[in-house]
Design a protein around this ligand. Structure first.
Ligand SMILES: Nc1nc2c(c(=O)[nH]1)N[C@@H](CN(C=O)c1ccc(C(=O)N[C@@H](CCC(=O)O)C(=O)O)cc1)CN2
Length: 298
């Protein structure tokens, strides 16, 4: 392996420590930021993520408000909870864990969140602000990708960036953030012609397709920086007993032979997601009180 492995665990911990330090300063002024997390249903992975979010929120010195609703909760019940959280002065950030059960329209729920408390950055107001270069709450995983990329290249200006994936929660916002960093950005997707050739153009390749190890070593430009957003659980026959393992959207071992720097899975982008959520909650808490937002990466 020749690539530098970019350590998301270490960078996530460093960012959380900086948030915690800023929170100590705010608390000294009588302000304790609060994050409300809404979980609907029993999805096992979501339960783990929500538990981790609450623990990290408390560790950073913030208040955590957990709301768990049954899988058969109605859209009206969820919307009513969101309205109450919008009106609650102790709550600076609101996050509705995705995916939602199939009978709930996520767009409707996300639209109900006050954009000033939208620490996921999924509300169309924040998406529009990001797209038009205005101050916004920015989606956490894309923000984490850019922080990791900038830890390798402090200036991304002029780089050829290819984002594989066009989702509203990762592909589109990460492309907007890279454009704001003055990259030349291509968004590729399932209907892109000759995807390997498009990827090989990239100085900075962001993989967010949700398909295990789809991006092969031969698709990578030598020396490129590869940011792997995928978190895919697959069978691990070598471990026996029906065991599974996590892999990204990039075939790590092959890609690491060619890339200059690469994020691993696990331990790359994932840990940055929660760190950026805390950063966004701090930003929302400051903005809502017209206090200056402490300097943070990206
Ligand atoms: N409302 C939201 N829902 C979801 C988001 C989100 O940002 N907002 N993102 C994902 C899940 N997610 C946070 O919610 C998340 C996913 C993964 C990780 C993480 O640290 N992963 C670890 C591996 C964890 C494991 O062992 O399973 C890693 O990559 O190292 C954190 C947060 C979907 N829903």
């Amino acid at each position: 392996m020749s690539a530098t492995v970019v350590d998301g665990n270490a960078q996530g911990a460093a960012l959380r420590a900086r948030v915690a330090e800023a929170v100590r300063g705010l608390r000294a002024r009588g302000v304790t930021p609060g994050l409300a997390v809404v979980l609907v249903g029993e999805d096992p992975a979501s339960r783990v993520y929500v538990k981790n979010k609450s623990a990290r929120t408390v560790e950073a010195g913030m208040r955590s408000f957990d709301h768990k609703l049954p899988a058969d909760a109605s859209e009206a019940e969820i919307l009513d909870l969101v309205r109450r959280l919008n009106a609650d002065e102790a709550v600076d950030g609101i996050l509705v864990q995705l995916p939602l059960p199939p009978h709930i329209a996520p767009a409707k729920v996300l639209l109900a969140i006050d954009p000033a408390k939208d620490v996921d950055g999924f509300h169309p107001v924040n998406a529009g602000r990001l797209a038009t270069g205005q101050k916004a709450l920015v989606p956490c995983t894309p923000l984490g990708c850019v922080i990791l990329a900038k830890s390798v290249h402090p200036s991304l200006a002029g780089m050829e960036a290819v984002v594989v994936g066009r989702s509203n929660i990762v592909g589109k916002p990460v492309a907007q953030l890279l454009l704001a960093e003055s990259c030349t950005v291509t968004i590729a997707h399932s209907r892109t012609r000759d995807l390997p050739a498009v990827c090989r153009r990239a100085d900075l390749l962001v993989a967010a397709v949700g398909r295990p190890e789809m991006i092969r070593g031969g698709w990578i430009k030598p020396g490129a920086t590869v940011i792997d957003v995928g978190i895919n659980r697959v069978p691990n026959p070598a471990a026996g007993d029906g065991k599974t393992k996590l892999v990204g959207d990039v075939a790590f071992a092959e890609a690491a032979e060619v890339a200059g720097a690469i994020t691993p899975v696990p331990g790359g982008v994932g840990p940055m997601t929660i760190a950026c959520l805390l950063r966004n909650t701090l930003q929302a808490a400051c903005d809502r009180r017209s206090l200056p937002v402490p300097e943070m990466p990206a």
